[in-house]
Ligand binder design. Structure first.
Ligand SMILES: [Zn+2]
Length: 319
């Protein structure tokens, strides 16, 4: 290895004050990229300028690896593919991406949480514009498939180990470089925020939150690595942050459990009770998703039960 360098490129998230990170691994003449940011002219400009400083273009990279299929992590992938650079995603998230790319009718199903949860009548129409907006920030592309857990992926001549970390999405991965003491964490471990956890049909019987927490425990055992997160500034000591996040998620689960009674209640009603009723429709949607992930976790732990009335799901505390 000839002094490889990890460079952070800050990329904007349109419509918010937030930003996301792409990381370039620069090793002599070679370079690779982890995550691309959302599709916007501003982000194309930022990436072209930064890569240009290191003597690279979209087409000269070894490859791009995306930690997961969300638009703020792989939205610009198409531009790299069109320039001749392969973009890799885990097989699970490649399938999730294909589902998401199928058509806008997917948005309607997601807005109604697959029609399984009782919602206020105007809810889905109020949240749909947020999905269209997100859709506009991701150009359609067809990823190459990343190796599974434990396999090595070569990034500019440096071997990184793929660590599958399901939870935030079912196919989320982190990338480990032990000799450099580095873990690239995508959205699995962030410095300042607690991430949303996947929910839905796949995860109902195999709680995504439970998988997320297992992934955190596993990462905590890797020790005091330097963390390169998908949002925020890189920081030290992975294990401490993992334990901290575990504690915060346990608290959220406890809040949901405390609000449950023996009277069946829908997830939306419960999310307003626990997290307050948000003004922005997409914040309501995220809170609802968070509540469902806690309920699925509690059901798996046999502390809550889920019952179906008609086509709808309701939850109650287990006596
Ligand atoms: Zn994400």
């Amino acid at each position: 290895m000839s002094n490889p360098i990890i460079r952070r490129v800050e990329l904007s998230i349109p419509g918010t004050m937030g930003f996301g990170n792409a990381y370039a691994i620069v090793n002599g003449e070679r370079a690779a990229l982890i995550d691309t940011g959302m599709a916007s002219a501003q982000n194309v400009d930022a990436l072209q300028t930064q890569l240009g400083k290191w003597g690279h273009t979209f087409g000269s990279l070894d490859k791009v690896v995306c930690t997961h299929f969300h638009p703020d992590h792989c939205g610009l992938s198409r531009q790299f593919q069109d320039a001749g650079t392969d973009v890799f995603l885990s097989s699970t998230d490649a399938a999730a991406l294909e589902f998401w790319q199928q058509s806008a009718s997917v948005d309607r199903r997601m807005a109604t949480f697959y029609g399984e949860h009782p919602l206020p009548s105007n809810f889905s129409s109020s949240v749909l514009p947020s999905f269209s907006f997100l859709r506009s920030l991701q150009e359609e592309f067809h990823p190459c498939i990343l190796g599974s857990d434990g396999s090595l992926v070569d990034l500019a001549g440096i071997p990184f180990e793929v660590i599958e970390t399901p939870g935030h999405t079912d196919g989320h991965v982190c990338l480990l470089q032990r000799e450099m003491n580095v873990l690239i964490t995508g959205d699995h471990v962030l410095p300042n925020t607690i991430v949303n956890i996947a929910f839905g049909q796949q995860s109902r019987f195999d709680s995504a939150l439970s998988q997320y927490m297992q992934s955190l425990r596993r990462l905590a055992l890797l020790g005091p690595l330097d963390v390169y997160p998908g949002h925020g500034i890189p920081f030290k000591n992975l294990a401490t942050r993992c334990l901290d996040l575990l504690q915060q998620h346990r608290q959220k689960v406890q809040q949901v459990l405390d609000a449950l009674t023996l009277k069946p209640v829908g997830a939306f009603e419960l999310s307003c009770l626990v997290f307050g009723e948000k003004r922005r429709p997409f914040s309501k949607w995220l809170n609802m998703a968070q509540t469902i992930s806690c309920l699925e976790y509690l059901a798996l732990q046999q502390q809550a039960s889920c019952l179906q009335k008609g086509n709808m799901l309701y939850y109650m505390r287990v006596e």
